[in-house]
Design a protein around this ligand. Structure first.
Ligand code: TK8
Length: 335
């Protein structure tokens, strides 16, 4: 014990006193929080980002990552960034619409057709436009990572038709667009932070939740949910957010390191996320979940049921925001 204490003290002293590789790189400690488990592809992204930072700062920075909502939920963490009490969070856009209503555009049902389209929008002009809006809210968005296409799990029955949604008690993210989407489908939705979902499913306080396959797998929802239906009803991105008040105290070199390493993390995170998606789908079935696809005919009915959500939320998201998204999508689709 004694040796250990002395050792870590020496390490701390050495780290604190070590001369940085460049004069404009100081020693820094960065706390990152996230709601998913470390085994989620976000873990791979953070590892790639950490290696990049280690190399670029010559080991002058310490990255402390917290998983499975250990530091609280994503919304609370994001507020901590704005008040400069935490450096970083990797969060879904959806719980943050109260901070920046324009983010709600990503919650619109059936917005993106595939991940290539999502990448083009997020890494292009539209993504930059949203990043500028976030800066006005004291949040620096370093990159867009992937949460992914969302699918419904439940403990009642396979969902193969619009009618199967009827009266299901579904957890949704803290977001009015998701709430209305699931109302329109005939369910009984409850907004809830991600960290509470497993227990709520386990105690049967709710019947259902929706998330990408990798999250269903890495959060072990298969232990408490019998059915998985390929609804693919929305694609949620992850934001890699940094506290703007803290960012502003960093040198230009340091800011650049953060941006570049978050993009290196992004490439790793997306690639693992996409490779793992099929593996996760197989894993959860091996663990006992019953999986079903939904016929094109029923999917058309489901899409029609939620169409009104675009209209209802256009004003709160911003007509200009939706028009801009639509214009970029039209261009990508060659319309
Ligand atoms: C994890 C969350 C989660 C999200 C949700 O921090 O709340 O359902 O999909 O993955 O961001």
């Amino acid at each position: 014990m004694k040796t250990l204490t002395r050792l870590s003290l020496t390490t701390a002293l050495t780290a604190g006193l070590a001369l940085p590789a460049f004069a404009d790189i100081q020693s820094r400690t960065i706390t990152i929080s996230n709601g998913v488990a470390e085994s989620h592809p976000v873990g791979n992204g953070v590892e790639a980002m950490r290696e990049c930072i280690d190399e670029r700062t010559d080991g002058a920075w310490t990255i402390n990552a917290f998983w499975s909502s250990a530091l609280g939920d994503d919304l609370t963490a994001t507020q901590a960034l704005r008040s400069a009490t935490q450096e970083m969070v990797i969060t879904s856009t959806s719980p943050l619409v109260g901070i920046e209503p324009a983010l709600g555009v990503f919650d619109l049902p059936f917005l993106f057709s595939d991940s290539a389209e999502a990448d083009a929008i997020l890494d292009g002009d539209f993504g930059d436009f949203m990043t500028e809006k976030l800066a006005d809210r004291d949040l620096i968005n370093l990159a867009y990572w992937e949460n992914g296409f969302r699918n419904l799990t439940n403990s009642v029955r396979p969902v193969t038709s619009l009618e199967d949604f009827e009266d299901m008690r579904v957890r949704v993210m803290q977001n009015n667009i998701f709430l209305d989407t699931f109302n329109a489908l005939g369910t009984n939705p409850t907004p809830m932070a991600f960290g509470e979902v497993f227990t709520a499913l386990e105690t049967r306080a709710i019947d259902a939740q929706e998330n990408p396959y990798v999250t269903i797998d890495t959060s072990q929802f298969y232990e408490v949910q019998g059915y998985l239906s390929a609804t693919q009803h929305a694609y949620t991105p992850f934001l890699v957010l940094f506290s703007k008040p803290i960012f502003d105290t960093y040198s230009e070199t340091e800011q650049e390191i953060l941006r570049e390493c978050a993009v290196i993390g992004r490439d790793e995170q997306r690639s693992v996320s996409r490779d793992l998606s099929d593996v996760s789908l197989a894993n959860v079935q091996d663990a006992g979940m019953q999986f079903n696809e939904i016929s094109d005919e029923e999917m058309a009915r489901i899409r029609e049921a939620v169409e009104g959500v675009y209209e209802t939320h256009a004003e709160s998201i911003g007509i200009d925001v939706i028009d801009r998204m639509q214009a970029e999508l039209n261009e990508l689709r060659g319309n």
